[in-house]
Design a protein. Structure first.
Length: 345
């Protein structure tokens, strides 16, 4: 880059030459005075211009944090905060909002420091993600959402990113996952004893709600529901026999059973019909699809545990995730302690 002082001197000299060629006042003093005044004004204007430009550039590229051999500048931070800053630009913020923005700035800067440390570790272990891996991951994301390539790109654009920017961010995510796997996964072990202990400790999470298996008799218009109910309760007929003899509804070949349902999911009139009715009993008559009907709770299940084998994989994954997070936090804390991180503010 040219020496600014030398550039100013050259500009000053050229200005004086052009000025003498253009303006010819009478008298030696007049020529000297006009040229001197013009050159001083030009120098002052140029000085103010360059000083302002240098100040703006210096503020824009001001180093905020040094992270080992890397740096984070004011420009980097503003680029990261661009969507947030755009949303508040031109708006008068309250004191509380300004404080929230300042807190958010600190959080984002801290995350950027962590990201830079991660990138340095990724470079250290020579972790690379090829374009084909990115293509496969994007294809998987499209398939999961049922989107074409054009629809996916439009979704990305609506999020304020170009596909190139999206691929760059995705590459960073996959690189971090690879680093996490390299540094942590091999150290994580979950035993059957731990899975059993977690299952017992969280029994409430694996207890099913009250479930009822319902049977139904839908009666024709010429048959009294009250009479049928009395005959069943009096022992003249079983519910299944009454279904076979009278019902015009579903489940006629299975004793009227229509399936198991969560008690909380029952319609209000159905729940009221069998409220307090014991297993195998008969509820109060109600209207179902234009027919008078009788319901029976063929079976009632309360406080029933989901079998361990049905949730073993989910418990395993959750315990693995918890252990991975713990080990990674410990690893990352040691990484930060061994790094040179200097905040310039």
């Amino acid at each position: 880059m040219d020496n600014p002082a030398r550039s100013l001197h050259s500009l000053h000299k050229e200005t004086r030459i052009r000025h003498h060629q253009r303006i010819k006042p009478s008298g030696v003093f007049g020529r000297h005075f006009v040229a001197r005044r013009f050159s001083l004004l030009t120098l002052l204007a140029l000085f103010l211009f360059f000083t302002s430009s240098w100040a703006q550039e210096e503020a824009y590229d001001r180093i905020l944090v040094k992270v080992n051999s890397g740096i984070i500048t004011q420009y980097d931070l503003e680029e990261e905060m661009r969507p947030i800053l755009a949303s508040v630009r031109g708006r008068q913020m309250t004191q509380a909002e300004r404080k929230q923005l300042a807190d958010l700035r600190r959080q984002i800067l801290e995350r950027m420091v962590n990201d830079m440390l991660m990138k340095q570790e990724i470079a250290k272990y020579q972790i690379e993600v090829s374009d084909s891996v990115l293509d496969d991951e994007i294809r998987r994301m499209r398939d999961e959402r049922g989107l074409s390539a054009e629809e996916f790109e439009e979704t990305v654009r609506r999020d304020g990113l170009s596909m190139q920017e999206f691929r760059h961010k995705l590459r960073g995510i996959i690189e971090k996952q690879e680093l996490l796997g390299y540094m942590v996964h091999s150290k994580v072990v979950v035993t059957d004893t731990e899975i059993q202990a977690e299952y017992e400790a969280k029994r409430d999470n694996y207890t099913l709600d009250k479930m009822v298996t319902l049977a139904i008799i839908m009666l024709p218009a010429d048959v009294s529901a009250i009479e049928v109910k009395k005959r069943i309760e009096g022992g003249e007929l079983t519910f299944s026999q009454a279904v076979e003899r009278y019902s015009v509804g579903p489940g006629k070949d299975s004793g009227g059973v229509i399936g198991e349902v969560n008690w909380a999911d029952l319609a209000d009139d159905w729940r009221e019909s069998i409220e307090g009715v014991k297993q195998g009993g008969v509820g109060q008559p109600l209207e179902v699809r234009g027919h008078t009907a009788l319901l029976s709770p063929a079976s009632i299940a309360s406080d029933r545990l989901v079998p361990l084998e049905d949730v073993r994989d989910a418990i395993f994954e959750r315990l693995m995730e918890t252990k991975r997070d713990t080990i990674f936090d410990e690893y990352f804390e040691k990484l930060k302690q061994s790094s040179v991180i200097i905040y310039m503010d």
